[in-house]
Design a protein around this ligand. Structure first.
Ligand code: ADP
Ligand code: MG
Length: 323
């Protein structure tokens, strides 16, 4: 049985060139770039709650880091360093090798270095901490949306939630649609380049981890404003349009978690700059509505009528939220 130290040395000790000191001492040492502020975020993934225990470990390594990088993207920060705390029921070397390969592949794609962590025996649990940099005083927060701002969203919505519904037997997708949705569920692409480019453009931003309405709701609450969304403008993933269960498709679009797109607000005068950003990044950015004075979120159909909806984001402590 390998020791904890052998496991760390074998799977989590690639050199970290941008840290003064990486894995191997009592703490890592890093020096932030002058003029930058550090953005720090942590996220926990529990087997049985956030992922199935038999999930492909390579995909899990990707996703554990991706969801954290998405939080930095939502702040407009460029990710630099990560720490990994992991509890494992046993020292499964093949599992660890695949997990660490998935994690390092995404880390390298974004110039992120693993600089420390903790390893323990216990029920399979992952906790990633990420550190990014953002020009001092210019981070995107949830609190800056103003009446008259336009509401934008990146990419397409609903595919990850539809993929989960397919896995859970709540719908049956054609093989091609299933593959597309499962890719979005298992290997989300954190919108890091978009987030950094939105500094100076967006007035507020958040990443969509719990569903569009729930996450936009956080912006509205923190900014003390309301919003009107145009339902027909929402960029539904292609698989949703082919889904026979219309109500399920609507729930995935409005309240599906796990998409990790960004929803953000910006003054209307910046519309052209945002459109050229979309072209430069090769990522669709869609205007979906407008911020209003007041509170709450109204959804309008294509005749301008208010639509009734009853969908909530995921809440671990709400009634019925069980592993
Ligand atoms: P300590 O007992 O001082 O906390 P540890 O034995 O827990 O030290 O860790 C030794 C070194 O290995 C530290 O630099 C720590 O940050 C790093 N480390 C431990 N587990 C991991 C991991 N899963 N991923 C990355 N680095 C890790
Ligand atoms: Mg330790």
């Amino acid at each position: 049985m390998p020791s904890e130290f052998e496991l760390i040395a074998r799977h989590f000790s690639r050199p970290a060139a941008t840290a003064r000191l990486g894995v191997g001492d009592d703490a890592a040492l890093v020096a932030p770039t002058g003029g930058m502020e550090l953005a720090v975020s942590t996220d926990m993934l529990l087997a049985g709650r956030h992922f199935l225990p038999d999930t492909d470990p390579r995909l899990l390594g990707h996703k554990a880091l991706a969801v954290n990088l998405s939080d930095l993207a939502a702040m407009g920060a460029r990710p630099r360093w990560a720490l990994l705390a992991i509890a494992l029921p046993r020292a499964d070397e093949a599992w660890l090798a695949a997990f660490s390969a998935g994690l390092y592949a995404l880390a390298e794609a974004h110039g992120v270095e693993l600089i420390g962590g903790d390893t323990s025996r216990g029920p399979l649990t992952l906790c990633l901490t990420v550190i990014g940099e953002v020009p001092a005083g210019r981070a995107l927060t949830r609190a800056g949306a103003r009446p008259g701002d336009e509401v934008w969203v990146s990419g397409e919505l609903g595919a990850a939630a539809l993929g989960l519904a397919h896995l859970q037997g709540r719908c049956r997708l054609q093989p091609e649609a299933a593959a597309a949705c499962l890719a979005r569920l298992h290997t989300p692409a954190p919108r890091v380049a978009l987030g950094a480019a939105l500094v100076g453009l967006a007035s507020a931003a958040i990443d969509i981890s719990d569903g569009l309405l729930a996450d936009l709701g956080h912006i509205l609450e923190r900014s003390g404003v309301g919003a009107e969304l145009e339902y027909t403008r929402l960029p539904a993933a292609a698989a949703l349009r082919g889904c026979a269960d219309v109500q399920l498709a609507q729930r995935c679009l409005l309240a599906g978690g796990d998409d990790y797109e960004l929803v953000f607000t910006a003054a209307p005068a910046l519309g052209a700059a945002i459109e050229s950003l979309a072209a430069r990044l090769g990522l669709p950015l869609t205007r979906i509505g407008r911020i209003t004075a007041g509170a709450g979120l109204a959804l309008r159909d294509d005749h301008g009528r208010t639509m009734a909806y009853e969908v909530r984001g995921y809440d671990h402590f709400a009634d019925g939220a069980e592993a």
